[in-house]
Design a protein around this ligand. Sequence first.
Ligand code: PLP
Length: 362
Amino acid sequence: MENPLLLMIPGPTPVPEPVLFASARQPISHRSQDFRDLMADITVHLKWLHQTQNEVLILASSGTGAMEAGIINFLSPGDRVLVGCNGKFGDRWTLVCEQFGLITERITAPWGKALDPKRFRQHLEADLDKQIKAVIVTHSETSTGVLNDLETISRHIKAHGQALSIIDAVTSLGICPVPVDEWGLDVVVSASQKGYRMPPGLGFVCVSPKAWQAYETARFPRFYFDLGKCRTDAATNTTPFTPPVNLFFALQMSLTLMKAEGLSAMFAHQQRLMQATRAALHALDLPLFVPDHYVASPAVTAIAPDQVAPETLRFKLQQQYGVVIAAGQDHMRGKLVRIGHLGYVCDRSIVTTIAAIEAALK
Ligand code: PLP
């Protein structure tokens, strides 16, 4: 199943063949013992991936569906939330919150820079009557390639005592450490087409006991994305609605492969790919959008090329070398290109991409 194009975008990522083959079989009944066995196995492995005892629920959705579920299950109209914004996905969280009538306050940083944890501390310390109900942080900002300091920010959220942490780990889970229990994260959202090394189609929401308490009093209407229903059914290894069972086969295989590799080996591999990419781009004199003094995301590297128009570079890579990289997003479209090196990407893919960029610059 050779792909004629080398997919080097920050998701969907290439998928290992055993994972593709696992899904290429006849569906099974989602009300059968076989499905319950499948789901039981997946559940154990999802907890392992999240480094948690909390429940991890599976949705038939993309990451944005999981974001929406992360809001509507734990909050109520008119609640105050604090959102970290330093890129497109922080902005998307704000949009979702505003769409549902939440009162949104923002801690911002320019695109390409990291959120300052101190500003979260100051903002939360000033909330003396504990009105802020949730703090939303995008761990790896895919639009820029910055990794925010989630460990420190989550410590400040815990010190507040009242607010839930709602974390976008869409391009960090499975890519760098997101130790949910150790950092005390309440709601953690992810999606299958990123660090899971799977096709798109599944969203995940990991929920702490504190978040389940908030669920009891949360007042947004919900039906398909009602995580309480998922939780009740997950207790007997089933789902409220027909799940994409073939993606569940793929998920089981992918988690099995990841478990055999081990979390630290996976994270070390991703880190090495990021470092190799950055070193090579430096050597080609291509300006990295995230400077060395910020922590770079191991998922994606953005460059703002000055020797060639970004869109020309992207076009040439695909047309001449079959290498697909991503464009900048929103106001950075036409100003950036982004190289994804997350998921099932190997050294050879990085070498090929860099060689293609070097040739395209000539
Ligand atoms: N959050 C982050 C950090 C992302 O990178 C993405 C997708 O790229 C999303 C949320 C939204 O996920 P989806 O496109 O699967 O809806």
